[in-house]
Design a protein around this ligand. Structure first.
Ligand code: AMP
Length: 609
């Protein structure tokens, strides 16, 4: 038995959360607090500062939201809780999660504030007096400067994914915001890693924090073959169905996160013809034991379980473990997959990984000291091959084991009276038999290109970057764009890109990462789609995908980076490349008159306010 099998189960109701928050958590179907939740909720409820080293997928959003929401005074109509997140996607996601945990807190408003959204809309929403604000640092700072966001009554501040904020160049903004909040506020800082600058922020702004580290224990699992599927292009259920079709399995456990998900998935698999049962903490011991015994006897082939329900489960037949939802920590991964490979047998473990859960995948690899192979989903051809194989096997077994004399007579009579070809008769019968479950299945879902394995020239060209981003790795700063930072190279836009000029440069203390961070958030452009950036003394140039909408352009002009607005303007690339220098607004050296086309392109910025 592993440690986690012996640890007593902590319940959400043991932690002292407020009644409406507890009600929402129960409704979400969470069975037990994840490790980071069990450790963070009590100190945060007690008003302590917290330094948490944990990544996405550990349940950290609920770890800070549940206790901090429990401390909010709904009657007070001022911002009391502020969460800073590195990207707008994360800000939206966190705001949605908080909204769901606060659904029984009448009168509570949660407002996401992020770059790329109209400031006007945000101003109106701010007037509704939200008590909880979740935002990206740039835009939050913008509202603080405009005095449209006042943090005088703030009770708690959360820095979520602090290392990402650092990577995106937001750490100065974060510090400025920290300084704008009252001394008395409680701070919770979460970061997957603790690089120096984050540690410094923690030392400077956190008061005697409780330190929590969701550690990765190292363990090795030799007898289990581990694979992962990157969730892309189709739903998990569809992917699971394909896997079930093709994998040779005896019995299987599928792990999901919530009790509701166990029953939902069991019903769906039953409907697809698999004998399945849920096991979760809501079922009484007798019902759970029944499901387990039936699995042992082969009456049930698939158990859909939560972590708690599957503790210590020992069924020799389990040949496969599928982590349909990624676990919160590496220990539970090890525990989960240990349900297979019992009694010296070999086992198979398959992990579904959403793009944002990549870090957990790496943590698991590190903790188990094994790399997990990326798997391709079975194609429809694979499924067809498998069905044909199963069919022909059944055919042989039937010929061998059944008395077929009556059926031979029927067919023989038919053949004589219709003068039919025996092969054609057999083919017609095969057709009738497979109608419900076609030997050649119809494709319902078109997998994403990477899943189809088709490698067009374009894909190959981008291959290395794609592979890397598939593994969720961020290229190193220098690698990100070989030309970024090449400060005086001739400047022709890359294909599909346009070159823009921004009015911040080296003399303003700007670094490439600051520009990437601001533009990625404000324009909602994935940082890997941002092309080369060339820093000059008083300005910089940047390549962005062609066809930027006008309103986005207007918005980007006003974005602040290192205390200066970008005042972005479009550059005429031909001029830039023909004179062999980075584009300039006025050519100081040549004294060339301003190019007409460039002026045209720059027109929007002439209404500068
Ligand atoms: P996070 O690490 O905050 O991104 O959370 C990852 C996922 O786990 C989210 O989809 C949550 O809804 C889910 N989750 C968080 N806490 C629990 C829990 N105690 N039980 C089950 N699921 C949870």
């Amino acid at each position: 038995m592993s440690d986690s099998e012996q640890t007593p189960v902590i319940l959400f109701s043991d932690l002292g959360l407020s009644e409406p928050v507890l009600k929402a958590v129960n409704q979400a179907g969470y069975e037990t607090p994840s490790p980071i939740q069990a450790q963070s909720i009590p100190p945060l409820l007690a008003g302590r500062d917290l330094l948490g080293q944990a990544q996405t997928g550990t349940g950290k959003t609920a770890a800070f939201s549940l206790p901090l929401l429990s401390r909010i005074d709904v009657k007070a109509k001022t911002p009391q809780m502020l969460v800073l997140a590195p990207t707008r996607e994360l800000a939206i996601q966190v705001a949605e999660a908080i909204q769901s945990y606060a659904k029984y807190m009448k009168g509570l408003h949660v407002l996401p504030i992020y770059g790329g959204q109209s400031v006007g809309i945000q101003l109106r929403q701010l007037q509704r007096n939200p008590q909880v604000i979740v935002g990206t640092p740039g835009r939050i700072l913008d509202h603080i400067r405009r005095r449209t966001l006042k943090l005088g009554d703030l009770k708690s501040l959360v820095l979520d994914e602090a290392d990402e904020m650092l990577r995106m160049g937001f750490i100065d903004d974060v510090e400025t915001i920290l300084k704008e909040t009252p001394e008395s506020r409680q701070v919770a800082l979460f970061s997957a890693t603790m690089p120096g600058p984050i540690h410094r922020v923690a030392t400077r702004y956190l008061k005697d924090p409780v330190e929590i580290r969701i550690k990765s224990k190292t363990s090795t699992i030799e007898t289990i073959n581990q694979r992962y599927w990157q969730v892309t292009g189709m739903h998990k259920l569809e992917a699971l169905t394909r896997i079930l079709e093709v994998e040779e399995f005896d019995a299987m456990i599928i792990f999901v996160r919530t009790k509701n998900a166990t029953t939902e998935l069991a019903e769906k698999l039953e409907a697809r013809g698999y004998s399945s049962s849920a096991i979760n903490g809501d079922m009484n011991q007798a019902a759970r034991e029944k499901a387990i015994n039936q699995t042992k006897k082969g009456k049930i082939d698939i158990l859909i379980a939560t972590d708690v329900a599957a503790r210590g489960l020992d069924i020799e037949r389990i040949s496969h473990v599928i982590n349909y939802d990624i676990p919160y920590d590496t220990e539970s991964y090890v525990h989960r997959i240990g349900r297979t490979g019992r009694a010296g047998r070999k086992g198979e473990a398959i992990l579904f990984v959403q793009p944002r859960e990549k870090r957990m995948l790496f943590a698991i690899e590190k903790a188990t000291r094994q790399s997990i192979a990326k798997m391709q989903l079975p194609s429809t051809e694979d499924i067809a091959d498998r069905r044909v194989m199963q069919f022909t096997q059944q055919l042989s077994e039937t010929i061998e084991s059944q008395d077929l004399s009556f059926f031979q007579e029927v067919i023989s009579n038919y053949q004589e009276s219709h003068d039919a070809d025996p092969l054609e008769v057999a083919a017609a019968l095969t057709y009738l038999v497979q109608k419900q479950r076609p030997l050649k299945p119809v494709v319902h879902v078109r997998p994403a290109r990477s899943e189809r394995g088709d490698n067009s020239g374009k894909d190959r060209e981008r291959g290395s970057r794609r592979d890397r981003s598939d593994r969720g790795e961020r290229p190193s700063r220098n690698e990100r764009s070989p030309r970024r930072g090449n400060q005086s190279a001739p400047h022709r836009s890359e294909e599909g890109m346009q070159t823009y000029r921004v009015e911040v440069g080296r003399n303003h203390g700007v670094e490439v990462k600051n520009i990437v961070g601001a533009i990625a958030n404000e324009a909602g452009i994935d940082s890997k789609d941002i092309g080369r950036i060339s820093l000059q003394d008083d300005y910089s140039t940047i390549d962005l995908p062609q066809g930027m909408p006008k309103d986005l352009f207007q918005q980007l002009r006003k974005v602040w980076v290192v205390n200066k607005q970008l005042e972005i303007s479009l550059v005429n690339n031909n001029e830039a490349s023909s004179d062999g220098d980075a584009p300039r607004r006025k050519s100081k050296r040549s004294g060339k008159p301003r190019n007409r086309a460039r002026d045209q392109a720059r027109r929007p910025s002439q209404n500068r306010n």
